[in-house]
Design a protein around this ligand. Structure first.
Ligand code: IMP
Ligand code: MG
Length: 184
């Protein structure tokens, strides 16, 4: 049980069910992912790492430091409308860097893939901007989505079907600052 003084100080006394991935496990896996990405994107070709806010903010900041090669970083804020279980809705881009995708390898970084709705809606919009390649890197994948149009190329952990918080993931905006990933 993650009920150390530090954790309770961070949660304001709220007890969590359990730690699912601790700091050491996350750091080790993020290091592996960074090395894989560096090895798989051709040398000398421009790379843009595009984080989806807010959930990916800690993951992106750790991940890019483990990708040992030149790259650029930007962020997108997307919010989905319409039914959560269909891909027919639209994604509203609240912040859109309008970065030039042409000739660049673009990696979209997500915190967690759950229903897949966000990515199913967002990826076709990004594809239209003409990147050299377009791939997804997600820290967590619940493998619930049955209609994923875009399968992530890099996955940190196959996550349990629980509501996860910490390391950027929130519950009603709380708990993003936990250094580990826990279950409520
Ligand atoms: P999807 O569109 O259903 O795949 O959901 C993706 C988004 O929902 C993620 O980027 C998260 O912001 C949020 N989300 C899904 N599952 C969880 C969870 O277990 N904890 C916290 N946020 C989640
Ligand atoms: Mg999110």
């Amino acid at each position: 049980m993650p009920d150390t003084d530090l954790t309770l100080a961070r949660t304001g006394g709220r007890k969590l069910a359990r730690i699912v991935y601790d700091e050491g496990q996350i750091a080790a896996r993020v290091g592996e992912m960074g090395r894989q990405i560096a090895a798989e994107i051709p040398e000398g070709e421009p790379l843009l790492v595009l984080g989806l806010l807010k959930g990916s903010f800690i993951f992106v900041s750790d991940l890019v430091r483990q990708i040992v090669r030149p790259l650029q970083v930007d962020f997108l804020v997307a919010s989905s409308y319409g039914s959560g279980t269909t891909t027919s809705g639209t994604v509203n881009l609240l912040y859109d860097p309008n970065a030039d995708f042409r000739d660049r390898h673009v990696i979209v970084v997500e915190d967690i893939v759950d229903s897949g709705t966000t990515l199913n809606r967002l990826m076709p919009m990004l594809k239209e901007r003409g990147p050299r390649t377009l791939e997804i890197c997600t820290l967590l994948h619940k493998h619930i989505a049955t209609n994923l149009d875009w399968e992530p190329r890099w996955v940190g952990f196959d996550a349990p079907h629980e509501f996860l918080i910490g390391y950027g993931l929130d519950h009603s905006e709380d708990f993003r600052n936990l250094p580990f990933i826990g279950s409520l």
